[in-house]
Write a protein that binds this ligand. Sequence first.
Ligand SMILES: Cc1ncc(COP(=O)(O)O)c(C=O)c1O
Length: 230
Amino acid sequence: VFTIDVDALLARIGPRTKLVFIANPNNPTSTCIDRDSLRRLVEGVPSEVVLVIDAAYAEYATAADYAIGHEYVAARENVLVLRTLSKAFGLAALRVGWAHCPVAMARLMNQVRGVGNVNAVAQAAACAALEDMAFVADVVARNAATRERLAARYRALGLQPLPSQANFFAVGFPSGVGCSAKQAFEHLTRRGIWIRALADCGMPEHLRITIGTDADNERLFAALSEVLGR
Ligand SMILES: Cc1ncc(COP(=O)(O)O)c(C=O)c1O
């Protein structure tokens, strides 16, 4: 299982714990915890410990039981939700993100943030982007449809994509599938396809592969078929 283990996380909180940080959907696993698990986490984190919910990939999550958690910000003093325009809004190069947090936390962050940390041009672009939610809806719908198709294609090759709620997959290479994740990584790199090996995340038999354009995806699957000998 490659999802956040809420009980294990809560069990590790001790007197020296100041902050608990999760990404939901998570990177690099692409998986989510559900609404009930999130509630259990929020309720289990002591009020003097800050809980950060990084929801960078929230827009892509289509599961009915997914919850971002904004409601907990108003209800508690210790919860912070992070969002970004780097993903579904397509503005990664502008470096615009935002936090939904209690006023007291915003005051503290304003004391330490650099001057002009989000520059005026980026702010203007972000405001324009937020007016165009039809663009985001289109990105999200196309991502979800492509995600479903690609999951089936990975499985048809004998690979094991984790259930993705994001715009990428963590793809498992089971033993006997034809090559290891490392061999696939090297082959794809030789073909000019840049993906992420996950050995440094403790997932040596998985690769993190973005959902690309149709043309990207065709190149990817051609190269995967080659290296798997299919
Ligand atoms: C979980 C998660 N949070 C945040 C970010 C980065 O967001 P930003 O571009 O707003 O710094 C990423 C980007 O890879 C991410 O995977």
